[in-house]
Design a binder for this molecule. Structure first.
Ligand code: G16
Length: 550
């Protein structure tokens, strides 16, 4: 019965996974994140909760152990819902409450959830597990597995895999394999086959010539799980794309490398050998983000971030729809971090809708579901493309319609193959890499041709450490703040003094800092604006240590 299970869960929690740290940890932007040593009891309890969530949904759910872009000493956990999407936001509160209670409150808290959510504990439950390469991940994963087992869930542990792979396994399994085969090989084959078919379609149409496109990239793996996984992919497609891998696990995770480092510092990762104009990519620690970059002739670093990927994908999919003559509601979802120039390009040149939501894939994903084709990317390189049922049905019909001209049917075949190449469950570095390479090849573009679509407004990001980051209250999709009182007016006065100035601040949901973003007409101005805003935050929101400079 529920009572017996809850008592057993509490007893095991007290003996094997007691709460040893009296700090409150909340389910943040992407689950719980903290120092790894604070997380034992949280992982165990999330294992318990995942088993309950699986029963509520009558389907398999996922648990991923990772702190993604954070330093190696951190770790974290998130629960993945049955269609591979992030945990329902209402359950984030349930998760936070369960994570922060005392050990001897566990059985009553579990019984309360069972009652509130009308859960039948005699029903089957199933949980998939995956983890990143952090030294603490195996131990923490075992704690979560133990939790699910106490609640008699069937457990499948995929071991060390990328975060988006776990999202994929969950979605594929719950679709009765319609979305794909829920295995590691199934994942690689689905994406690699789609990449190959698309290439064949393009080559059969226009021959082997590929314009300015060079089938070679340099890839920085942040010393994370992306290393072994992209290596596996690269072997499957080596006749089509050469991938030179760096930072594949020999150094410290995310240290001086990876998508976050490259994006925030706007610089090359360390320990990567490149030549001018080489097309380069960086993954983050769990391979759910990607950014592109290169060094131009004058050895200047040039970044092509998530906004660029969104624009590239949106422009290309629109061109396929135009060929097919199909009208659909296509939109791009961004956050306040999106470069102003990208938003302008998407609206004014591509003539597509743009929506802006708060940071966090969960918000972007939901918004993107409102479109027939919803393209969402955070500027940091986290994103994917969602296709509605209606879109898939229409494009399939176009592919089969023998009365249509060959070009239209070819565009339909391309679109369907493209859909297969996309991990629609969440941002996925490997899938996103294949998508970008496919479009650049189809367009015959070099990385510079891609960059020439628009010119980024110079920008700068900084972090401010404060006593309590939650004293900052954001409004308007994080573009403004309502507290501390009067601080937004100070920001506005400052911003108005900078040409094309824009800036905002927000508490991070994955690190104990307040983030500052500023853009302006020159890099010097963007830097200056960011530093001034950071100083204001430091002065008026309880800064600790020195205010940041650039
Ligand atoms: C996570 C989220 C992203 C978010 C990032 C930073 O990424 O999945 O949506 O942009 O954290 O969030 P914050 O600014 O709140 O710290 P990752 O790659 O760390 O999982």
């Amino acid at each position: 019965t529920a009572g017996t299970l809850a008592l057993a869960a509490e007893a095991k929690g007290k003996s094997d996974f007691p709460r040893q740290y009296d700090i409150n940890i909340e389910y943040g932007t992407a689950g719980f994140r903290s120092k790894a040593e604070h997380l034992d009891h949280i992982l165990y309890r999330m294992g318990l909760l995942a088993a309950l969530r699986s029963r509520v949904k009558g389907a398999t759910v996922g648990v991923m152990i990772t702190a993604s872009h954070n330093p190696v000493a951190d770790n974290g956990v998130k629960i993945i819902d049955p269609q591979g999407e992030m945990l329902e936001i209402r359950w984030e509160t349930i998760a936070s409450d369960l994570a922060n209670i005392k050990d001897d409150e566990l059985s009553s808290a579990l019984l309360q959830i069972i009652k509130d959510e009308s859960i039948d504990v005699t029903k089957p439950a199933s949980v998939f597990f995956g983890r990143d390469t952090r030294p603490s991940s195996e131990h923490l994963s075992n704690a979560a597995v133990e939790g699910s087992k106490v609640f008699q869930a069937e457990v499948k542990d995929f071991g060390i895999v990328t975060t988006p792979m776990v999202h994929y396994f969950v979605a594929a399994h719950n679709s009765n394999n319609e979305y794909g085969d829920p295995t590691i090989d199934g994942y690689f084959e689905k994406l690699a086959n789609a990449f190959r078919s698309f290439r064949e379609e393009v080559v059969s149409e226009r021959g082997p010539e590929s314009g300015n496109y060079e089938p070679k990239i340099v890839a920085d793996m942040a010393n994370g799980v992306g290393g072994p996984m992209l290596k596996k992919m690269s072997e499957l497609i080596k006749d089509l794309l050469t991938i030179e891998l760096f930072n594949t696990g020999e150094g410290e995770l995310n240290h001086e490398s990876g998508a976050d480092y490259v994006k925030v510092r706007q610089t090359l990762p360390k320990r990567v050998r490149i030549k001018a104009k080489d097309r380069c990519v960086s993954f983050d620690g769990d391979a759910d983000r990607i950014v592109y970059y290169y060094q131009d002739q004058s050895v200047k670093f040039r970044l092509l971030d998530g906004d660029r990927i969104a624009s590239l994908v949106a422009g290309y999919l629109k061109s396929l729809l135009d060929i097919m003559n199909i009208e659909l509601n296509v939109g791009v979802v961004q956050t306040a971090y999106a470069n102003g120039a990208s938003t302008k390009y998407i609206k004014e040149v591509l003539k597509l809708k743009v929506a802006c939501v708060p940071t966090g894939v969960k918000y972007l994903h939901h918004k993107a579901q409102e479109f027939d084709i919803g393209i969402y990317f955070e500027a940091n390189g986290h994103g994917t493309v969602l296709f509605s049922k209606k879109t898939k049905v229409l494009v399939k019909a176009a592919r089969e319609d023998k009365r249509l001209a060959g070009g239209k049917r070819s565009a339909a075949r391309k679109m369907l193959t493209f859909i297969d190449m996309v991990n629609e469950t969440t941002g996925d570095s490997i899938s996103d890499l294949l998508i970008v390479e496919t479009i650049l090849h189809a367009r015959g573009w070099s990385v510079e041709d891609w960059e020439n679509c628009y010119t980024d407004l110079p920008n700068r990001q900084l972090k401010v450490t404060v006593q309590d980051r939650n004293v900052i209250k954001v409004i308007d999709a994080e573009c403004n703040i309502s507290e501390p009182e009067g601080l937004q007016d100070d920001f506005d006065r400052l911003i108005s003094m900078f040409a094309e100035g824009r800036a905002f601040v927000r508490p991070s949901g994955t690190e104990d800092v307040v983030r500052v973003y500023a853009e302006s007409n020159t890099q010097a101005n963007a830097d200056k604006l960011a530093v001034h805003i950071a100083k204001l935050v430091h002065q008026k929101a309880g800064g600790i240590g020195d205010a940041p400079t650039w």
